[in-house]
Design a protein around this ligand. Structure first.
Ligand SMILES: Nc1ncnc2c1ncn2[C@@H]1O[C@H](COP(=O)(O)OP(=O)(O)O)[C@@H](O)[C@H]1O
Ligand SMILES: [Mg+2]
Length: 247
């Protein structure tokens, strides 16, 4: 795998039956970094992430993870390879405790000792998991639940963490904590692929940026390059013919 990109999307075409949402998406995700996908609502960002975790199967094209094609693999096998996704909507079991939720993240691991050791490490990196261990997940704020979702996904020690709009619904202060937590996960050795509506803040903390527009990659570069591209401002502030409102 010496020369293979960590993750490579090649000509990915995918949709839901009524036409293609992704129209030939090609880009790389570099090992060890944070790669942020931005783009207008409805441009296919969530669909793209679903193709990575096997929830949407591309009609054409390939997605290789360390040289291995993920297309056609089951979500479970993709998880086993070390690709874990935190979905856009909150996904904790609200009637279960915080700790039980985090432990569920390790459902593929049979060795209880390994699970206990990982949980111990998680408590250190995520104080909320220690402090609120026995509280019902549903009693946490949206931002706190998001952090617990991150903690849960780390139980598998994934190589690639995929996050779909983790900032959704968070207030500015919680937003900062959330972005710092993404940086922390990255510094713990996880490569991060992230979709964000909060484009400015997200691109600022990302090594690489990808702009998706109407199912195609419009621009790639470092986070700063994408952030400073004049067309991107137009895309987000309106006034460009390329802006396509959703629905
Ligand atoms: N489950 C689905 N069934 C049918 N169409 C869908 C489904 N999910 C998304 N779409 C459509 O696919 C397009 C892209 O959606 P999505 O990938 O969610 O965009 P984004 O995440 O960039 O906002 C939209 O037109 C949306 O309505
Ligand atoms: Mg989305």
């Amino acid at each position: 795998m010496a020369d293979a990109p960590f993750v490579h999307f090649e000509g990915v075409v995918a949709g839901y039956g009524g036409g293609d949402v992704l129209k030939g998406v090609t880009f790389d995700v570099a090992y060890g970094g944070v790669t942020c996908i931005v783009g207008p609502n409805g441009s296919g960002k969530s669909t793209l992430l679903k193709t990575v975790s096997g929830l949407v199967r591309p009609r054409l094209g390939s997605i290789t993870f360390k040289g291995q094609n993920l297309v056609g693999m089951s979500p479970r096998d993709i998880l086993r390879l070390g690709v874990v996704q935190v979905p856009q909507n909150h996904s904790l079991f609200k009637e279960m405790t915080v700790e039980q939720n985090v432990e569920l993240g390790a459902f593929l691991i049979k060795d209880r000792k390994v699970v206990a050791e990982r949980l111990r490490a998680i408590r250190e990196s995520f104080p909320i998991v220690a402090e609120r261990a026995n509280d019902k997940a549903g009693s946490l704020s949206g931002g706190q639940q998001r952090l617990v979702e991150f903690a849960r996904c780390l139980m598998l020690e994934p190589e690639l963490v995929v996050l779909d709009e983790p900032s959704m619904g968070l207030d500015p202060k919680t937003l900062r904590v959330m972005f710092n937590t993404i940086k922390m996960m990255n510094s713990l050795g996880r490569t991060v692929l992230l979709v964000e509506q909060n484009a400015r803040q997200a691109l600022k903390m990302s090594h690489h940026g990808v702009v998706l527009e109407n199912g195609l990659v419009r621009l790639t570069g470092t986070g700063t390059e994408v952030l400073n591209n004049p067309d991107i401002a137009a895309l987000y502030l309106g006034g460009s013919v390329s802006v396509r409102p959703v629905h």
